[in-house]
Ligand binder design. Structure first.
Ligand code: G4P
Length: 534
């Protein structure tokens, strides 16, 4: 029997969730810097090319032969094996961003100290909460003016419904913080100012809060303000309770600056110590423990290769139990076929490397000959089950698409069918619509562009796309109800999903309330009945 526990317990697989510009690229890079995976900050920054129009994005895909949106960064730090899952943000925010969270055991929520909780962070946080993924908060850009830390704690509670436990506390005056107070050790760490973008690890001085040298260094006033804040946190603040963190009721909160490296090492060390190692995953046979010696994994993302010379797809899977060995044969439950895992890939920064072995918590990429679907299970013969279905993420943007050339109808339908199965978009149809067309729903607009690009390049079909003015989809159920007798749907659209279930597309919350009111006999579901709600 294999003893997998030592490998499992050192793994930390997490995603960073944030709103664009909060500093995710910078923080990721600094974690790699401290983890020794890169020597000088600046190399991941090349990925800033991500802030670009979709055409550049395709160009990058082509050059690298791999998606910039789908990498996982792995490094070792202090006995831990760290896997950072990259959650696509910016314009490439899509269902993939949500799906990546399915593969994570915890999440780091990055917040800009001046902006607080922003829109995309809110959405991603909700997914973590529903999935029971513990969230750790890093308040970034403390080298600049920002909101008061107490105010931010309050905002987390009000907007996200989660209480915060500050693990450290900024010392000094807003915009000119000198360091942090580490609550667990009742210690102060002061950072040297560096005029640079923190290309190297930042030197610091540590000591006890009572040390008169610090009082002198900080000045009487700042020292006293710090002591008052600490007293207030200790008396009026939440007590640290790790069970609450795992239940998603409490978030450990850190303050720092990814750019100047202030507080980054502290965060990394505390986070790695607290974050959970791979946890059991629910399946059709009950919970599957990571130390179960039979290999199992699920597919959480499928990425098409944009390089026409390599028209392959990569399926990303997260290992849930057992040990992966190169060349092993596993069983793909959905196609009922054995598959040899011959050329698995792992990703570090921009390079692909072939791996020989991997453990629960690790992510591997496989060339997909077109058989995998999102949420598929791989396991070993003799222990066959399926992991829990992936949730459906409610689409927020819609468009009607049809082939420009009606002669290309066959390829168009084939392409749409395959891309839907792959999870690139959600598809609806409108019965009795005169032209062969689909209504597609997406989470982020990049999905539309990728769809258009792939239909053209992989299936040779040019499409006409008309954006539709809806932002909400609701699955409808009711007694003897087929959607036709809905009242006040003049400004909405009734469609059917791929299983022919009626769905109402509605322009905004206000309209939705109106339609719901006028149709008391109908239930409006955020996701289909057989899907899990997010
Ligand atoms: P993202 O991936 O979340 O979108 O954010 P990214 O790291 O690209 O950072 C967005 C901007 O915020 C960058 O500025 C970055 O330098 C800055 N930033 C990140 N962390 C900090 C921090 O701790 N303090 C301050 N003051 N700024 C920070 P930019 O002007 O867009 O790019 P650059 O010219 O600095 O490279």
């Amino acid at each position: 029997m294999l003893n997998l526990v030592p490998e499992i317990s050192k793994r930390r697989t997490f995603a960073i969730i944030s709103h664009p510009d909060a500093g995710k690229t910078t923080l990721t890079e600094k974690l790699l810097l401290y983890g020794g995976a890169i020597r000088l900050a600046g190399s991941v920054k090349a990925r800033k090319a991500q802030k670009h129009a979709v055409s550049d994005w395709m160009e990058i895909e082509k050059q690298r032969g791999i998606s910039v949106t789908s990498s996982v960064l792995q490094f070792d730090y202090d006995g831990y094996r760290v896997n950072i899952l990259d959650t696509p943000g910016h314009q490439d925010f899509s269902e993939d961003t949500y799906r990546t969270l399915m593969a994570a055991d915890s999440a780091v929520m990055l917040i800009d100290v001046a902006k607080g909780v922003e829109d995309q962070t809110k959405k991603l946080f909700q997914v973590c909460k529903q999935r029971g993924i513990p969230v750790f908060t890093f308040v970034n850009k403390l080298d600049r003016y920002g909101r008061n830390p107490f105010e931010l704690m309050e905002e987390l509670e009000k907007v996200l419904g989660i209480r915060a436990y500050p693990m450290n506390w900024p010392i000094g005056i807003d915009g000119n913080y000198k360091g942090v107070y580490i609550r667990k050790q009742a210690k102060i760490e002061l950072f040297e100012r560096s005029g640079e973008h923190g290309q190297w690890a930042l030197p610091s001085t540590q000591g006890s809060v009572d040390d008169p040298a610090f009082k002198e260094l900080l000045g009487e006033e700042i020292h006293q303000a710090l002591c008052d804040d600490i007293a207030l946190l200790d008396v009026a603040g939440e007590k640290f309770d790790f069970d609450k963190v795992t239940r998603g009721e409490l978030t450990p909160m850190f303050f720092g600056s990814a750019m100047t490296n202030f507080g980054v090492r502290l965060f990394l060390e505390d986070f790695l110590e607290m974050a959970p190692p791979p946890v059991p995953r629910m399946s059709s046979e009950g919970f599957i423990n990571p130390d179960n010696d039979k290999f199992s994994a699920f597919v959480f993302k499928i990425q098409a290769n944009m390089n026409p010379a390599h028209r392959d797809r990569l399926a990303f899977m997260r290992i849930c139990s057992g040990k992966f060995e190169r060349g092993m044969t596993v069983y793909h439950v959905q196609s009922k076929k054995p598959i040899k895992l011959a050329q698995p890939q792992q990703f570090l920064a921009q390079e692909r490397t072939i791996i020989d072995e991997a453990y629960p918590g690790d992510i591997i990429g496989l060339f997909d000959p077109g058989i995998f679907g999102i949420g598929d299970t791989l396991c070993q013969e003799g222990s066959v089950f399926t992991f829990q279905d992936f949730p459906v993420f409610p689409p927020e943007q819609f468009a009607r698409i049809q082939a420009k050339d009606t002669m290309k109808r066959k390829q168009f339908v084939k392409g749409m069918t395959q891309l839907t199965q792959e999870g690139a978009v959600q598809v609806f149809h409108q019965p009795n619509y005169p032209v062969e067309s689909f209504v597609v729903g997406v989470v982020g607009s990049l999905q539309f562009e990728v769809l258009e690009y792939r239909l053209k390049h992989e299936y040779g079909v040019d499409i006409l796309m008309n954006k539709l003015p809806y932002s909400i989809a609701r699955w409808l159920i009711g007694k003897n109800f087929d959607g036709k007798a809905m009242k006040n749907m003049d400004s909405g659209l009734l469609v059917q999903d791929i299983k022919d279930r009626p769905v109402a597309l509605i322009s905004n919350e206000w309209q939705l309330r109106w339609v719901v009111e006028r149709n008391p006999e109908v239930e409006f579901l955020v996701v289909p009945e057989d899907a899990q709600q997010v």
